[in-house]
Write a protein that binds this ligand. Structure first.
Ligand code: NAD
Length: 472
């Protein structure tokens, strides 16, 4: 199937195409526009035109459009879930229960949240009164990755639109399908032309054209730290406002006084959900020495119990990784782990071919300074290592350039808070993982991020702030 760009409310074809590959079979099953600078230019022009009216709509009118988008995705949930599964290689059960419902929730959440976004007032004793006003920026861009395609695309597009901006959005060229379908949804619900423009293509072409475009005022990006750096460099001369969500190499910390069964089950999920391709995955598992051997043995048994196979099979818990390039990168990282002295406890190889299946892999015997524990693998590969004290585990968790998230497991809540406060990461879960309240700030420290998404944080990112001070 040949997909198209969605610009100025209509499907736009291009001259060049790149293949779309099904990671479960390794076969080409579609074509993706290889857009050029001219296509980005067309999208920016359409966005500028649409901004004149979209920015003037009331918050409740914009809210209605976002709810209509959510309704339409909901109506077509099964088609969206199937498309996400085929495009990405993730199990259909995950696409149906997480990716698409969360995409719907993103539109609904910001449809409601924008109604709570208003002015703020500060009384300055008897001297005056300050009022802070928020207004849309103009044309903004959203650039998203392949691991949670529609989930992360909509997590940016929804607040950008809700706050009155018009958008040029670029999904990953590895998983373009559900973004294409979102364009169809926008057509069906009658979103005014040019309000959302979706331009497909390669990062160094379309992404670069977005980063350097004079009339794009802000970029919200999710992807690798290396690409985040490139966007920061390329956009510097146009002084864009940047929000960057980047890599993660998160620790799961297991104390001996944890709720054992719940910890074991969630540690497994945190390491291997979506084939370990979630920026929040706990790929460094740190276990208190007194329970290390038992926990390791039980975790290996759980990993071995994961059912891996055809992503379209309802019972599959592990699917394929997203592409051949990523498959090769992960297998290479496993070889690096072995050469660093890592012992493969389970997995460690490809499952079957054709298709890009890698067995969930657990490795022990590596310290935190080796490449395996330093670099993102972003696949079904986790390491496990014992620790003896609070101080030691804090140092181990922090011995990394990333600082996105982490989870820690203990029934001693005071200890949990004490440790959590000393870990350099933007998000810490205690006795849970991936429990999300969309109002809370989401983002990383160190090389994991700049800025925060979520609730009013991202609405402010997408807005101009003006303070008006009146003398009494
Ligand atoms: P990526 O950086 O390769 O690509 C992300 C997006 O950026 C894609 O749309 C791509 O086309 C585009 N891009 C690539 N080069 C570009 C350039 N020079 N200029 C502008 N845009 C460009 O990342 P990926 O491989 O798609 O995704 C995996 C990465 O994303 C991992 O590092 C993962 O940790 C990260 N991620 C982070 C979060 C988070 O919230 N922090 C969430 C999900 C994924």
């Amino acid at each position: 199937m040949k997909i198209t760009n969605y610009i100025a409310g209509i499907e736009q074809t291009t001259t060049d195409y790149i293949p779309n590959i099904n990671p479960a079979t390794g076969e080409v099953y579609g074509e993706i526009p290889r857009s050029k600078r001219e296509d980005v230019e067309l999208a920016v022009r359409a966005s500028k035109e649409a901004f004149k009216t979209w920015s003037k709509l009331s918050q409740s009118e914009r809210s209605k459009y976002l709810h209509a988008i959510a309704d339409d995705i909901e109506k077509n949930l099964e088609d969206y879930a199937r498309a996400e599964c085929i495009d990405n290689g993730k199990p259909i059960s995950l696409a149906r229960s997480v990716d698409i419902p969360r995409s719907i929730q993103n539109f609904r959440f910001f449809a409601d949240e924008i109604l709570k976004f208003g002015t703020e007032s500060f009384n300055t004793l008897d001297a005056g009164e300050n009022t802070v006003y928020y207004s849309p920026l103009g044309v903004v861009a959203c650039i998203s990755p392949w691991n949670l395609p529609l989930y992360l695309f909509s997590w940016k597009v929804a607040p950008a639109l809700a706050s009155g901006n018009t958008v040029v959005a670029k999904p990953s060229e590895v998983t373009p399908m559900t973004a294409y379908m979102l364009g169809k949804t926008c057509e069906r619900i009658g979103l005014p032309p040019g309000v959302l423009n979706i331009v497909h293509g390669l990062g160094h072409e379309v992404g670069e054209a977005i980063s350097t475009h004079q009339d794009i005022l802000a970029i919200s990006f999710t992807g690798s730290t290396m690409t985040g750096q490139k966007i920061a460099e390329a956009s510097a001369s146009t002084m864009k406002r940047l929000h960057l969500e980047m890599g993660g190499k998160n620790a799961t910390i297991v104390f001996s006084d944890c709720d054992y069964e719940k910890t074991l089950e969630t540690t497994l999920r945190a390491a291997f959900a979506n084939q370990g391709q979630i920026c929040l995955c706990g790929s460094r598992i740190l276990v208190e020495k007194s329970i290390y051997e038992k926990f390791k043995t039980d975790l290996v048994a759980k990993v071995n119990g994961l059912k891996q196979g055809d992503p379209l099979d309802e019972s599959s818990q592990q699917g394929a990784v997203v592409s051949k390039a990523h498959f090769d990168k992960i297998l290479k990282a496993i070889e690096t782990a072995k050469s660093e002295g890592g012992k493969i406890l389970t997995g460690g190889k490809a499952l079957k071919e054709p298709g890009f299946f890698i067995m969930p892999t657990l490795i022990e015997g590596l310290n935190q300074n080796c490449l395996t524990n330093q670099e993102e693998i972003f696949g079904p590969v986790a390491t496990i290592e014992p620790f003896e004290s609070e101080e030691e585990v804090i140092n181990m968790a922090n011995a990394n350039r990333y600082g996105l998230a982490g989870s820690l497991w203990t029934q001693d809540i005071e200890k949990a808070k004490r440790v959590a406060l000393q870990i350099d990461s933007g998000i810490l879960w205690i006795n849970t993982w991936l429990l999300r309240d969309l109002r809370t700030p989401f983002g990383g420290m160190k090389d994991s991020g700049r800025g925060r998404e979520g609730g009013q944080y991202i609405l402010k990112f997408f807005s101009n702030t003006k303070n008006i001070c009146i003398n009494r």
